[in-house]
Design a protein around this ligand. Structure first.
Ligand code: SF4
Ligand code: SF4
Length: 190
């Protein structure tokens, strides 16, 4: 190698390292965009689509949601026809034997919520249903309704509720059978 090429290689390498270091240093001083979940969490927009919230006592088991689902992940079974009692606005008639959603397939597209004649299925705000088996991500809504729950309580929530205030708040809301608010968690951009 001639001396000219030798020194040119050195200059090219030093220049390349300097450009790389400039980018690295620039990012070192920028505001972080990630959060330490679940200790910290990002707030959701009003139209965020998370794990469903389901009001079993208003479901007439009409199958409209299951028919609208593009991946066939809603399973419904009833003992006899159900209808809404106009006085109480609750479903009467046969028993809702099963209402389950398989979250290993669900796309969170919300197409199931639109045709519901009684407006009893909603997109919620929980996004994390991490578990140890595929069976655990099939949520049996008719079963959890027997505990007055509209949406499942994930394992991580059970384990962190005493340590993390916002998790305790969500846990208490779900335990009380309350639906998630549809108001914006994220303030309007001014
Ligand atoms: S959100 Fe979409 S994919 Fe999930 S159950 Fe509803 S229709 Fe099916
Ligand atoms: S569309 Fe509504 S009422 Fe009909 S089965 Fe689905 S959740 Fe129940």
């Amino acid at each position: 190698m001639d001396p000219k090429s030798y020194f040119k290689n050195i200059v090219d390498n030093v220049t390349s390292i300097a450009i790389g270091m400039k980018i690295t240093i620039k990012y070192c001083f920028q505001k972080t965009v990630t959060v330490q979940y679940p200790e910290q969490y990002l707030k959701f927009a009003p139209r965020y689509r998370g794990i469903h919230e389901f009001e079993a006592n208003r479901c007439i088991a009409c199958d409209m949601c299951a028919k609208a689902c593009p991946v066939d992940c809603i399973y419904i079974d009833k003992s006899a026809p159900r209808k809404i009692d106009k006085k109480t606005e609750k479903a009467v008639g046969g028993e809702l034997l099963r209402f389950a959603i398989d979250y290993s397939k669900c796309l969170f597209c919300a197409l199931c919520t639109e045709p519901c004649p009684t407006d009893c299925i909603h997109m919620g705000k929980l996004h994390d249903l991490s578990s140890y088996s595929r069976e655990d991500v099939v949520v049996e809504f008719a079963e959890i309704d027997k505990q007055n729950l509209r949406t499942p309580i994930p394992l991580w929530m059970e384990r962190n509720k005493e340590k993390i205030p916002w998790v305790k708040g969500e846990y208490d809301r779900i335990k009380a059978g309350k639906l998630a608010t549809t108001a914006a968690d994220i303030p309007d951009v001014k």
